[in-house]
Design a protein. Structure first.
Length: 690
């Protein structure tokens, strides 16, 4: 049982788990990124160390899965709008990051006595890189920084170039370098990319619209997409990491950054599979090679100079061209210096076909270890400084922490309201909880029974939010009416935003006394989002934003636009702004200055009747309508706004959000909360539709 290397599966897994627990802890004590711990552990307990574990098929399998997870998550978290905006930067950086090390590696290979084909292969090995430090960048919250987006976008180019060079060089050695070879390779590559980037989003839209919301089903579907894409990449003559990255991009808009599904993916990757990949990389190291072969020292030093010098020069040139600062430059350098995925694939294939010798293999493995230590260290160090820079940038919203209240009246709407809260929750307030609220009317005879029922519904909200790893603070109120309970909870908890479900068509009593939403709006000044979501939020392709005349004069207008643009960007959707009887150019100029910048179009609308008759009746199933509205008696209020939710509920796709910005600076105009300006102050011409 205890013969070395260990063969008992339970003991092997126990040793691996102990390693994953202790070594990252020790690394952090030494002020070294914890992600390096499993690599060091692999050197120590691997076949060329204490020989506790062999790098057998099981370790290689789990390691390969971990590698695919790293690349897949990078694709999932890629800022697609930023990538589209900075795609030229990614292309420029990808070319620099590949061809400069390629030149260095080819020259060093020739100087060390390798043939031209072997030297070119060696150069392509140095040109590739693995985003080993990306989990650190993601954890620090800088994944959407334009410099990081540039580096991630360039990575797919460098690995693709490296693997294409590998295929061409290997084909030349085997005598297959014919026109038919190139045509077949190009054709299979085009078919593969089309299947993944077109087929997967089409299937995913149908799946997420119709499948149950069970976490297990959604997670398994994502795994099917990931590994099927990896398999198709192999069929196309590419490495599976290319398939994993494209799978991540194809699912990017369907998996929110703060969602239960994304948390399950990250948890599975970071807790199990990525550590196995790092462990398997460390197991490749044989320190005795440096002692027994002096040529290995020269070779290792040469390729280290080539990869470090080439990658730094690429980061430097890109930073100079696009004016990135020192922290951005060194973060890019740290992201792109680690060698693992394509490097290992190209090295082993080169050794198998006879282009590279044992010295080259050992030198590359040592280079992998050293670059896998340097890269995450640089990302950790300069990524923190970059994150601090972003936090210190002037921010125009209130300094108070964002607190989102979610009044729940039925379990059916719970998930859609929670999903909306996950998406609009700002990254700067991720540590603050959400506040699901259940209000029980005091007059109800079985009050105790109703409270128990409300607590059960809140328990479902806790389970749903726990999947997204978002803290929750449950609130229960007993009040004479629901609106008063919501207002009291908002005041006591210092709520900044309320997300509520639209409470439907007004009945006669509601017309007389006002609906719950009307009463709540009259008594609050916080931002309020009234929503009805008839389709899964992550299947939204277009956000239709309605901007009433004069809405740009409201105090919360800019904050509302930033939130809506952020929501659109996270959904991977386009933004269509409908501007009612106002200066379109003025709105467009202001909106385009605000970040983020999803694809946006602007259109002038003649009036409310035109909006109702010509625009709101011709929407697609995956449209989401958002109206920036106004409380009665305040700037930009119009009687048509009162009818709008009812009209929206009667047209396809029945998915809308009525956004009421904060009224903090307008309380003095309105008098005390709950009152409105006298009618004589509201001129009739302000209401004219035509």
């Amino acid at each position: 049982m205890f013969d070395l290397p260990l063969k008992e599966p339970v003991i092997i897994f126990a040793v691996a788990m102990i390693t994953f627990l202790t070594f990252p802890f020790l690394m952090r004590k030494l002020r070294i990124p914890g992600i390096i711990g499993p690599i060091i552990a692999g050197v120590i307990i691997g076949p060329d160390g204490l020989n506790l574990l062999a790098r057998d098929e099981t370790i290689q399998l789990l390691g390969t899965v971990g590698l695919l997870f790293i690349i897949f998550i990078a694709g999932l978290e890629l800022d697609l709008d930023g990538f589209k905006k900075y795609r030229k930067r990614s292309l420029v950086f990808g070319l620099f990051s590949f061809y400069i090390p390629l030149l260095f590696g080819t020259v060093f290979g020739l100087l060390l006595g390798y043939g031209m084909a072997a030297s070119i292969l060696l150069g392509s090995i140095l040109g590739s890189h693995t985003l080993l430090g990306y989990p650190i960048a993601s954890r620090l919250g800088i994944g959407k920084n334009k410099a990081i987006t540039t580096a991630v976008g360039g990575s797919i180019l460098t690995d693709t170039f490296a693997l294409l060079v590998l295929a061409i060089v290997a084909g030349s050695v085997e005598g297959e370098l014919t026109i038919q070879f190139f045509v077949t390779l190009l054709f299979s590559l085009c078919i593969f990319v089309a299947v993944v980037l077109v087929g997967v989003p089409f299937i995913s839209k149908i799946f997420f619209k119709n499948a149950s919301s069970e976490g297990t089903t959604e997670f398994i579907y994502v795994m099917v997409v990931l590994f099927t894409a990896g398999f198709l990449a192999i069929v196309a003559g590419l490495q599976p990491i290319i398939g994993a990255f494209l799978a991540g991009i194809s699912l990017n808009r369907y998996i929110f950054e703060q969602s239960p599904l994304m948390n399950r993916i990250r948890f599975s990757a970071n807790a199990l599979f990525i550590p196995f990949f790092l462990l398997s990389v460390g197991m490749l190291m044989d320190l005795q090679v440096l002692i027994s072969s002096p040529k290995a020292w020269i070779f290792t030093a040469a390729i280290l100079v080539g990869v470090i010098g080439g990658k730094y020069l690429a980061a430097l040139l890109t930073s100079v061209i696009y004016k990135y600062n020192r922290n951005q430059r060194l973060a890019i350098f740290g992201l792109t210096i680690p060698q693992a995925a394509a490097t290992l694939a190209a090295t082993l294939v080169g050794f198998k076909v006879g282009l590279l010798d044992q010295t080259a293999v050992n030198g590359v493995i040592i280079m992998i270890l050293i670059t896998c230590i340097i890269g995450p260290y640089l990302v950790e160090k300069f990524g923190r400084k970059l994150a601090l820079e972003e936090e210190q940038q002037p921010y125009k919203r209130a300094d108070a922490p964002e607190r989102i209240l979610i009044p729940l009246s039925n379990a059916k709407a719970m998930e859609s309201l929670m999903d909306l809260a996950f998406v609009i929750k700002s990254s700067s307030s991720q540590g603050h909880p959400l506040y699901p609220l259940a209000v029980v009317e005091r007059e109800v005879e079985a009050a105790e029974k109703e409270v128990a029922k409300a607590e059960k519904m809140l328990g479902q909200a806790v389970m749903y939010a726990s999947g997204a790893d978002i803290p929750i603070k449950l609130l229960t109120r007993v009040d004479h009416n629901v609106a008063s309970g919501i207002v009291r909870a908002a005041t006591e908890e210092r709520i900044t935003t309320v997300i509520a479900e639209w409470d439907g068509e007004r009945t006669t009593p509601r017309r007389i006394f006002g609906s719950t939403i009307d009463q709540m709006l009259e008594q609050t000044y916080q931002t309020v989002l009234i929503s009805k979501l008839n389709h899964p939020l992550n299947t939204t392709k277009r956000v239709v934003l309605v901007l009433p005349k004069g809405i740009d004069h409201k105090q919360g207008y800019e904050e509302a636009l930033i939130r809506i643009k952020t929501l659109t960007s996270k959904l991977g959707a386009t933004l269509w702004c409908l501007i009612l009887k106002d200066d379109t150019k003025k709105y467009a100029a202001f909106i385009e200055e605000l970040k983020p910048n999803p694809p946006t179009t602007f259109e002038f609308v003649e009036g409310w009747s035109v909006l109702f008759d010509n625009y709101l009746t011709n929407l697609d199933d995956d449209d989401l309508i958002i109206v920036i509205s106004s409380r009665q008696g305040t700037t930009a209020w119009h009687p048509k706004l009162e009818e709008l939710p009812y009209k929206l509920s009667k047209v396809n796709p029945e998915s809308f959000i009525v956004y009421y910005p904060t009224e903090e600076e307008e309380i003095d105009l309105r008098g005390t909360r709950g009152t409105e300006l006298p009618r004589e102050f509201l001129r009739k011409k302000d209401y004219d539709d035509e």
